[in-house]
Design a protein around this ligand. Structure first.
Ligand code: HEC
Length: 136
């Protein structure tokens, strides 16, 4: 017996919803995956245990090793190639590019690089627009 048109419509709608739901689930998993270059850069170079200065702070004070600065540069480059979890991706890319440029200057030991770097590594300026608020 052929299906009634209404049954067909319902089935088709269910299939479309199913696909949409699957896509959402994939996007969520991707955002929370450990290979999130932004979170990696944050955890490795911006954050540090209590009583320890994060690498970005030591870098601004001229106290980071060359290896640390090179690693930080690579991490910021990866971050620059990533879409932020929220906010305008073009604006985020610009902030990241400034940070990458300043870190590269620091690596090369250019004059005034530390000042440039400290300005670019401004947590609040970037977080305000691009870091999701903590869930309550
Ligand atoms: C150029 C942009 C930018 C700058 C500068 C920046 N952050 Fe972030 N930070 C982000 C974004 C975007 C996220 C959210 C990442 C996400 O949730 O996927 C984030 C998240 C974090 C997190 C949470 C990481 C996690 O695992 O969820 C910490 C901690 C952090 N930032 C610390 C800092 C500190 C400290 C500074 C300044 C010294 C700083 N950030 C500067 C963009 C930036």
């Amino acid at each position: 017996m052929p299906m009634k048109p209404t049954t067909q419509t319902v089935l088709r709608a269910a299939a479309v919803l199913g696909v949409a739901f699957g896509l959402c689930a994939t996007a969520l998993t991707a955002a929370d995956a450990p290979n999130n270059p932004i979170k990696e850069a944050m955890q490795k170079y911006m954050k540090a245990p209590k009583d320890v200065d994060p690498i970005c702070k030591r870098a601004g004070a001229g106290q980071a090793t060359k290896e640390e600065i090179s690693g930080m540069l690579a991490a910021y480059k990866a971050m620059a190639a990533t879409k932020p979890p929220q906010g305008d991706p073009a604006k985020f890319a610009k902030l990241c590019a400034t940070l990458v440029e300043a870190t590269a200057a620091l690596e090369k030991g250019e004059a005034g690089a530390a000042e440039k770097f400290k300005a670019a590594v401004n947590c609040k300026a970037c977080h305000e627009e691009f870091k999701p608020k903590a869930k309550k």
